[in-house]
Design a protein around this ligand. Structure first.
Ligand SMILES: O=C(O)CCC(=O)C(=O)O
Ligand SMILES: [Fe+2]
Length: 345
């Protein structure tokens, strides 16, 4: 334990978090992760996120890194993210850039995202029964135009304003969803992401996603805040007992909970369910505490780059940053944003 009266600094704070005297160590990262996933009350999550943002800004200051003033970046889109509305960014890759990414990835091994069988395959010959595929960290890191996407000013501006400090890319992954005809599973079912008290995701479409057959992303508008949902249910004249039951089922679920389509439809109505379509190269962002899913494609496989911006690396993952050319030409701030996945050498 730290000496009595010793000042808590960023350098020594981890020692205050460990109960070494009792001969047992409690990993506070683990405790923090459990908290991120278990605190379901929106206002408590927001208070924790704001405190965390203050801490991150102080830490950045110590590292002589500049965190842009959250009010001077993309406040308008950040406000939408806070309220639980999706943000349309528009195209961030042109057709040639999309082709570069696709032809690079088609020549790399794809691994099943879930399940025991980890054998790789190629995206043009998906293995039977594999619904969702991913790439290795090495192959993700070397993908063409990756830095352009991760550090895109529109994405960083909205993420910085939303999070209240310079973000950390805590997930960066190309995800294939294959047209298998199987029932929706996992992230194809309605859920909330809860890696951090506040996090947002940018989805960059790499295949055209024009209608329900293409497996579009689906976002439930205004599903982040139980008080807002309560007011809306009141406004629709839902009886108090039933209203509280719906709220309980929408907010008090265990982490990793999946929500039935019928529950979402009943609580929010079809007009609050946004189906986000677009052409390859298009990007949209959302606060993924809001309820969402990626529909299974029915015609052709669908490829998306998913970028999660948060206040810190996810405590769930072990990262192995990959050295890539071009990193040493970036500003220290940009290197910080990408540090969980990419390094200079
Ligand atoms: O692929 C999608 O559209 C959704 C993915 C998702 O929700 C997730 O990875 O958490
Ligand atoms: Fe998700």
């Amino acid at each position: 334990m730290a000496d009595q009266g010793e000042k808590v600094t960023f350098e020594n704070m981890h020692r205050f978090g460990r109960l070494q005297d009792a001969g047992q160590e409690i990993d506070m990262n683990e405790a923090f992760y459990v908290a991120c996933r278990s605190v379901r009350d929106f206002r408590s999550r927001e208070a924790a996120a704001l405190a965390l943002a203050d801490t991150v800004r102080a830490k950045l200051d110590q590292l002589s890194l500049t965190s842009p003033d959250p009010d001077r970046v993309d406040r308008a889109n950040a406000d939408k993210l806070v309220k639980g509305e999706s943000v349309s960014i528009g195209p961030i890759l042109d057709n040639g850039q999309v082709r570069d990414v696709l032809s690079y990835l088609m020549a790399k091994d794809v691994y099943p995202m879930y399940g025991e069988d980890r054998r790789p395959f190629r995206a043009d010959r998906p293995r039977d029964g594999v619904v969702i595929g991913r790439y290795s960290l090495q192959d993700i890191a070397r993908a063409p135009h990756l830095l352009h996407m991760l550090l895109h000013p529109r994405l960083l501006g909205a993420a910085t304003a939303f999070l209240g400090a310079l973000p950390t890319v805590s997930i960066c992954t190309f995800v294939w969803s294959f047209a298998t005809g199987q029932e929706a599973q996992n992230m194809q079912l309605f859920h909330r992401d809860n890696d951090d008290f506040r996090q947002c995701k940018a989805f960059v479409l790499l295949t055209d996603t024009l209608d329900a057959q293409d497996g579009p992303h689906v976002y439930v508008r205004h599903s982040v805040d139980q008080d807002m949902v309560r007011r809306r249910l009141e406004g629709r004249g839902i009886a108090p007992d039933h209203r509280e039951d719906l709220l309980h089922r929408l907010f008090d679920g265990v982490p990793n909970h999946r929500y039935a389509d019928s529950l979402v439809e009943e609580a929010f109505g079809p007009e609050s369910v946004d189906v986000l379509t677009g052409r390859a190269g298009d990007c949209f962002m959302e606060n993924t505490w809001g309820i969402h899913k990626g529909l299974p494609p029915r015609r052709a496989p669908r490829l998306v780059l998913q970028i999660q911006y948060a206040l810190q690396p996810s405590l769930f993952f072990t990262y192995e940053p990959v050295a890539i050319p071009g990193m040493d030409r970036l500003s220290a701030e940009d290197r910080y944003v990408c540090r969980a996945y990419l390094k200079a050498r």
